[in-house]
Design a protein around this ligand. Structure first.
Ligand SMILES: [Cu+2]
Length: 307
């Protein structure tokens, strides 16, 4: 193996666990440990990185207006920070290395104080070597539940789903260089699609139910066409304005496009009766993510990559 790359060897690592949802109340404290894990993708045992041993990391569920403390300990293979994507919080806790905090060295920790003034979907990820860390599994969601009871239309179920891809060759993840990104500025295309960290996950729903999906594109490069075959979808919130009123059969998610509505969008959302997914006669919901999606950068709006 090239000594100039991060390890790809899963030997001896504990296997990844399922992603838990952790409900945290105002004033609570939560510990996050960053460390390598072994996980199975298709027929391959691979080495990835994880928050608390799960990919995605724990889904934190908090109430709008609350504050929590998160202690992060870094047992991975490079410096880390945790950036809380989209959250309005004190600059000191935004996870920008050298600007708002020193990098968390291997073996060290950092304590973040998080506030949640706005309802919606957010996520967390490193802000050092995003090409490597994000791709290897360092991402997790934060769902901020609104104070207003009728903020969202009522639904029968909710699912939080990350969309990602990873590059597998010869039964292992293609190694990343220790020196820096080698493909594009912040990442590379994969050849295996990961939905909620898995290659073919399913979600259960009863016929006729309305299901709200919270999608986050955690890929550092790829866009995804997302569809629930046989079900109607309606977008009710997102990073950029405008499409929430349309009915969608498939939806293209831009890199780092997290469905976190702006203030103006939220006002409009409250004026619509939009729900998320009008499920047809299905008992299992399969997300279809064709891996032959043609990506045409010229057709894309400008969007921040990983900020
Ligand atoms: Cu981000």
């Amino acid at each position: 193996m090239n000594q100039n790359t991060f390890s790809v060897d899963p030997t001896g690592l504990a296997h990844a666990v399922d992603t838990p949802t952790v409900e945290l109340a105002d004033g609570d404290t939560f510990d996050i440990r960053i460390a390598p894990v072994a996980t199975t993708i298709g027929d391959s045992q691979v080495r990835m990185l994880a928050y608390n041993s799960s990919i995605p990391g724990p889904t934190l569920r908090v109430r709008q207006g609350s504050e929590i403390t998160v202690h992060v300990h870094n047992d991975a293979d490079m410096d880390a920070t945790v950036h809380w994507h989209g959250l309005r919080l004190d600059n000191a806790y935004d996870g920008v290395p050298h600007e708002t905090q020193p990098p968390i060295e291997v073996g060290a920790g950092f304590t973040y104080r998080l506030r949640f003034p706005d309802a919606g979907l957010y996520w967390y990820h490193p802000h050092i070597r995003e090409d490597y860390g994000l791709d290897m599994g360092l991402y997790g969601n934060v769902v901020v539940d609104p104070i207003e009871a009728d903020y969202w239309p009522s639904v029968d179920r909710e699912y939080v789903v990350t969309l990602d891809d990873v590059l597998i060759e010869d039964g292992g993840i293609v190694a990343y260089s220790l020196d820096g990104p080698t493909h594009v500025a912040m990442g590379r295309f994969g050849n295996v699609m990961l939905t909620a960290g898995a290659t073919s996950p399913t979600w259960l729903a009863n016929a006729g139910e309305v299901v709200r999906f919270y999608f986050t594109n955690t890929a550092n490069t790829r866009l995804f066409n997302v569809a629930l075959p046989g079900a109607r979808m309606k977008r009710i919130g997102g990073d950029e304005a405008a499409s929430y009123a349309k009915r969608l059969r498939s939806r293209r998610f831009g890199a780092a496009d997290d469905p976190c509505p702006s203030r103006a969008e939220r006002r409009k959302l409250r004026q619509t009766l939009a729900s998320a997914v009008g499920a047809g006669p299905l008992s299992r919901l399969h997300l279809a993510m064709p891996d032959n999606l043609v990506v045409r950068p010229s057709a894309l709006k400008r969007s921040k990559r990983s900020g």
